[in-house]
Each structure stands twice: as structure tokens, then as C-alpha cells.
Design a protein around this ligand. Sequence first.
Ligand SMILES: Nc1ncnc2c1ncn2[C@@H]1O[C@H](COP(=O)(O)OP(=O)(O)OP(=O)(O)O)[C@@H](O)[C@H]1O
Ligand SMILES: [Mg+2]
Length: 383
Amino acid sequence: MTWRSSWSRRQERQADAREADALWCAWRRACEGAGLCVRVETASGLTVVTPEVVQIVLGPPTVLMVRLLPGHLVRDVEQVADRLAPHLGAFGLRVEQRGDVFARIELVPSDPFAAPVEDSLALVQVPVLLGRDEQGRDLVRDWASEAHMAIQGVTRSGKSRFVYGFLGQLASSPLVTVAGCDPTGLLWRPFAGSRHAPWQVSGLADIDAHEALLTRLVVDMDARIAGLPAGRDTLAVSEAEPLRLVVFEELVGLYRATDAVSKDAGRRVRALIGRLLAEGAKAGVRVVLVVQRAEAALMGAFERAQCSVKVSFRSDNPAAVELLHPGAARDVAEAHVSALPGVGLLSVPGAPLTRFRAPHVGSYADYAEKIRASSASRGPVAA
Ligand SMILES: Nc1ncnc2c1ncn2[C@@H]1O[C@H](COP(=O)(O)OP(=O)(O)OP(=O)(O)O)[C@@H](O)[C@H]1O
Ligand SMILES: [Mg+2]
């Protein structure tokens, strides 16, 4: 028994040593191929020097600790990570600085977004789960402390499902009124008869109803601002004065329909939305704009600047990503052209651009059921 277990331990150690050797060789070759090396002239000829592997931990997770080459930064490794990863048998690499001249390189074995993310934060109130990042962390934002949100993505990229996700979380909160204009007619259907319904207009049969709702929201916003106590410049959201979450699903549909009525009607609707964007943040109003592409005709520089949370689902080209996430790395923007439904890029103040996967609410029927169950639960009618 004893000799048998010591024999199998020795076998395991030998297998580990072989794996570590193979990884070490693969690292050297991948670095040479990706250009993460220097060529030095020695007495015996030209020698290629790659970042030295000082430690290998066989995972999971498998980690290489490497000493950076003189003059190199961790950034230099990150820039070629996508070229190195496949040759190390990994989907991706997580690279972190260690000390002054070391990098910790963790091998990510598979796409962290291959499995769906469950809509698990059903009980949250004003905080909302937007999704999960590449490191597996939940991205939770507090609507009370955010400004507005811009969402773009080509058709079938997951915009509506993303909106369903956070509406499902917020509909039961007495601190939130879910309001807005939905030309598609689907978003508000499950809210029928709830306290939110008086703040929602669906479809395009009655264009005036959209303008009337927007006027009412602006009047309500003005009254809130006028009623702010002397010592406050922003409204403290409460059950008496809940957050007005104003969603514009497929904004282009609303603009086209109002422009078709008259240019003046189109201008008035744009001006009302502009006022909600400009002044709403301090009055407890949060606008969510949903478009296929955040081009200037729909979302100008002013509108984009008012949105502190910017989300892009699959885009038709890197230039579209650039509209909401200026300065996004070229390879990230290019890869996003083929993102899976529900995989997005998120920009929020003070944080780097983050790739994430939105929670999946399931089917439309699941969304409808969730809204019916939660919005019927409590809260004053038409608060
Ligand atoms: N987070 C997600 N996880 C998994 N699948 C998703 C996710 N989001 C969307 N999908 C899939 O993508 C499909 C399209 O999603 P959705 O209707 O939200 O797209 P959209 O961008 O609103 O499209 P359109 O512009 O046509 O309205 C869904 O039916 C669903 O199958
Ligand atoms: Mg949609």
C-alpha cells in the first residue's frame, strides 16, 4: 500500500514536471513569435532573450511568474496577451504587476462568458445587477447615485433583454417608478394595472400621448427641483418621491413617428428629453436611452455626455463602439463586432472599459411573469 502511494506520487510529480517544462517551452516560443523578446549579439552569435519564467504554479489556476525584460512594462505583455494565450493552451491571460519588474500571468482556461449568467439579484432595490465581468465579479450599480444610461447594439444583440433584466429587479422597489416611451409595445405590457402604468406609453397609435407623458415628467421634475430644501442641491430619493426611471426603448421609433406628425412635434419631444437629461439627475430622474447605434442624429455629444453609464452590445463596426467608448483599444472594439448576445462593453466614471455579460432573464414570458409578480406587490398607485 505504502510503496504503491509513493509510486503514484512520484508519477504525479513527473507528470507535473513534464507539464511545467512544456509550458516553459511554449512560453519562450510564443514570446518569440509575438515579438516579446530582444535579440542580443553574443560571442557565439545572435541570441533571443525572452522574459524569464521564475515560477510556475500548475493550476487551476495555472500561473506563470515572469521577470520583465529591461525596458519592458506589464503593458507590453498585455498588448500581446491574445497572441500568447492560444500557444499556452489558454483562452486568455490575466496579467498583473508584481513588484517592480515581475508580472503575474494567470491562464484563463475558457471563455468566462460561455455559460449564461443567472438573474440572481431579484431582491435588490435601487442597486441593480448589470452583469458579470471577465473576472467573474458581479457588476452592481446604484441607480440612486448614477446619472443616465445609454445603451446601443445592433438588432438581436441583447439590448431589450438587458433592460428586462434591470426592470425585473426594480419593479418591486417602492423607491422606483418605471416610466417611459416604448414604441415596440412590448416593454410595458406586463406592467398593465400596476402603479407604474400611468407613467408609461406604448405603441405608436397615439403620438400625442408620448408628448403628454414627457411634458408631465418635466413638470414633475420642475416641481421637485423647486421643492428642494435650502440645504440640498439634489433630491433624496424616498418612497414619497421615488426615482423616476424613464426608459426610451428604440428611441429612433419615437423620433421617426413624431417627425412624421410634424417637424415641430419632433423638436418638442427632443427638447423634453433634453431637459430630462440635463436637469433630471438632481431631481431623481434617470433616463435610459436605447438605440441601435449612438449616432449624432439620435444621441448627440450633449446626450452622450449626460449619460454616466454607457453600454454597447454587439456593434456593426469598431467606429460604433468608439461613439460610446472613445479611446477603446482597437482590438477590443474589433472583437466586439462578433460579441455574443448579452455580452457588452460597459463604461462608468472612474473605471476602465469592462467587458461583461448581462443577466439572462429567460424568455419574454419569464420577464412578463416577473414584472407582474413584483409590480403588483406594493406601492401607492401612480406615486
Ligand atoms: N444576456 C443574455 N444571455 C443570453 N442570451 C441573450 C442575452 N440577451 C439576449 N440574448 C438572446 O438574444 C436574443 C435577442 O435579444 P434582444 O431581443 O434583447 O435583442 P435586441 O438588441 O433588443 O434586438 P432588437 O434590436 O431586434 O430589439 C434573445 O432572444 C436571446 O435569445
Ligand atoms: Mg429590442
